[in-house]
Design a protein around this ligand. Structure first.
Ligand code: B1M
Length: 214
């Protein structure tokens, strides 16, 4: 039953049918909160297909924007049901999407998992400048600073933020974790990040390990 609903969820999003997508999400959740993660994967799979359709010129910007809007509403329904399973405060993490980049669905999923694991999150939003990241690191003295990046043209901002932390004298006390479809593990290490997270669950596991190593 859940497989059918997940297929309906993927299919409705690809048909850009908002009502049917949200109805499918609600039906998945009615099967139990444990299915929320599969729901997120179905939305992400559909968005991967959307990205390819856009890249290949079969879909245009209007369709990309609308698919993103439907996905955002679907994620808002699913997020409260995601759980990384913990109940104590593990530390503060400052999170944002880098300058020039407005994509926030993946960042928000990471935030949901990290919060439910017990982290305090300072969400700087999207299009966050080097100065805003550095200021937030100085102000909140976080365990970690997380950057999300989906656009290749914006990836250079990550190295500049790390240099900014260095200039302000906070690099040594803050771990840096990065994620997003424009990045790779190799790139993350080249620009001086401490870790690359291919997905939100892995990312949460990494910061949890850091919090235990303090
Ligand atoms: Co745009 N977009 N987009 N887009 N968009 C991509 C990224 C693209 C790959 C599509 C494509 O061409 N195939 C392409 C980028 C190409 C590139 O640079 N390599 C692209 C483009 C070109 C653009 C515009 C430039 C289009 C234009 O205007 N001509 C424009 C840029 C706007 C801007 O940012 N300045 C644009 C705009 C948009 C929308 C606004 C319409 C919308 C975003 C809506 C929103 O975020 N609120 C949108 C969407 C929806 C996409 C695709 C289809 C889906 C992205 C997404 O949300 N995926 C995307 C294609 C794709 O990625 N396959 C595409 C689901 C999300 C859950 O995955 O963010 O990867 P992701 O997060 C994952 C992991 O990466 C990880 O955890 C998450 C899941 O577990 N993760 C972290 C992410 N961040 C993390 C941080 C962490 C840890 C883990 O720690 C800090």
């Amino acid at each position: 039953m859940t497989d059918e609903l997940l297929e309906k969820l993927r299919g409705s999003l690809l048909e850009l049918d908002k009502e049917a997508t949200l109805e499918a999400v609600r039906a998945v959740l009615q099967e139990g909160s444990a299915h929320a993660e599969a729901g997120v994967r179905a939305v992400t799979d559909a968005l991967d297909r959307v990205g390819r359709l856009f890249q290949e010129g079969d879909w245009f910007l209007g369709e990309l924007v609308y698919a993103g809007e439907i996905a955002k509403q679907a994620m808002e329904l699913l997020s409260p049901h995601l759980s990384a399973g913990a109940d104590k405060r593990l530390g503060t993490v400052v999170v944002g999407t880098v300058q020039g980049d407005m994509h926030d669905l993946g960042k928000n999923i990471f935030i949901t998992y990290a919060q439910s694991a017990g982290f305090e999150i300072v969400d700087l939003g999207t299009d966050v400048t080097v100065e805003q990241f550095a200021e937030a690191a100085l102000e909140h003295q976080p365990l970690a600073l997380g950057m999300s990046c989906l656009l290749t043209v914006s990836a250079g901002a990550i190295g500049r933020v790390i240099e900014g932390l260095d200039r302000r004298g906070v690099r040594e006390s803050v771990k840096v974790i990065v994620g997003g479809a424009a990045l790779t593990e190799e790139f993350a290490h080249e620009v001086g990040a401490d870790a690359f997270a291919p997905d939100a669950v892995t990312g949460t596991g990494i910061i949890r390990a850091w919090s235990q190593g303090r």
